[in-house]
Design a protein around this ligand. Structure first.
Ligand code: CUA
Length: 337
């Protein structure tokens, strides 16, 4: 156990940076609070009114050295905080290449989680130690917030969009998982645990599943055990379900068999040129927008013939379609952009 005694144990690669920033800011604020209140008290006593004696002569109107000190000193201090904060922010917002994707959907009142390989969990997240993990976050209803204090990560989960959050656990163990946004009567039950495992144990877990009683306990403790049990019962890999949806919703006709829509294979993660001349990165957020508002960011060279799937697809269906499209292998070679 390391780290500052009042904080939860730091268990991710960014945790120590966040703690350092926080302690520096507390230190600076504390120093100035003591300085200012100390001087107020001292001056109140030192310069208190003593009878009707004439006051001391006024101080000189300019003291360049002093003015420079109180202007440049705070400037340097604030720039220091900015650099420290920006460093943590960039570390926290840039997903390292090769991160493992996991889908997380908040619903009143539980966290539903699916690993692309198929395994699903309720209010529990199993991950390997020492490997970057990217969560693709979505909500089926209201705003939730995914919060793991030991990792120092918290991200709002806003309905109507996909968001991403990444971390890399540095210590095996179990950590608290919270919903940190009041989301209705069952909000306080939207809690769980993150289990960080050795890579081999994780691989075994992924293939064989939790010790069944542990998973069953989490389901029993969840807000709606029957819905939770139904969710985890199916462990079809997300891309396999996505492929089925891709056929059912007739995406295949235009995007694979004919050339009415762009070939999606190998496109994920690249930059696409739009009809408007602008470019967009083909990422999770773009994929979702392209399904729900196909004309909004039309790929250059195609007519706006695709219907919207607004209201037709659940968040889970969109995630699984995405999982399939992400893994489609290119049948043609694209110019690298
Ligand atoms: Cu979900 Cu609070």
């Amino acid at each position: 156990m390391t780290g500052f005694p009042l904080f939860p144990e730091p268990a991710s690669t960014i945790a120590n940076g966040v703690d350092r920033l926080f302690l520096v800011m507390i230190g600076i604020s504390g120093f100035f609070a003591v300085l200012i209140f100390g001087l107020i008290l001292y001056f109140a006593v030192r310069y208190r009114r003593r009878g009707d004696r004439p006051r001391t002569p006024p101080a000189p109107s300019r003291a360049l050295g002093l003015e420079a000190l109180w202007s440049l000193g705070p400037l340097a201090l604030l720039m220091g905080i900015f650099v420290l904060g920006a460093t943590v922010y960039f570390d926290d917002s840039q997903v390292p290449p090769g991160a493992m994707d996991i889908y997380v959907v908040g619903k009143q009142w539980m966290w539903k989680i699916q690993h692309p390989e198929g395994r699903r969990e309720i209010n529990e997240l199993h991950i390997p130690v020492g490997r970057p993990v990217e969560l693709i976050l979505a909500s089926e209803d209201v705003i939730h917030s995914f919060f793991v204090p030991a990792f120092r990560v918290k991200h709002d989960v806003v309905p109507g969009r996909f968001q991403s959050l990444w971390f890399e656990a540095t210590e095996t163990g179990e950590y608290h998982l919270f919903c940190a946004e009041y989301c209705g009567t069952g909000h306080s039950r939207m809690i769980g645990r993150v289990v960080v495992m050795e890579p081999n144990d994780f691989q075994r877990w992924l293939e064989s599943g939790d010790p069944p009683d542990e998973a069953a306990d989490a389901i029993d403790a969840s807000f709606d055990p029957s819905e939770a049990a139904e969710f985890v019962a199916d462990d079809t890999p997300s891309a396999v379900e996505g492929e089925r949806l891709f056929a059912d919703f007739e995406c295949r006709g235009c995007h694979v068999e004919e050339d009415r829509g762009p070939d999606l294979a190998g496109r994920f993660g690249r930059t696409v040129t739009l009809e408007s001349g602008a470019t967009a990165r083909f990422d999770e957020a773009y994929f979702r927008r392209a399904l729900l508002d196909p004309g909004g960011e039309l790929v250059a060279g195609y007519s706006p013939s695709m219907p919207t799937y607004q209201g037709e697809l659940t968040e889970w269906q969109i995630l699984r379609l995405m999982s399939y499209v992400e893994g489609m292998t290119p049948s043609r070679v694209y110019e690298t952009q």
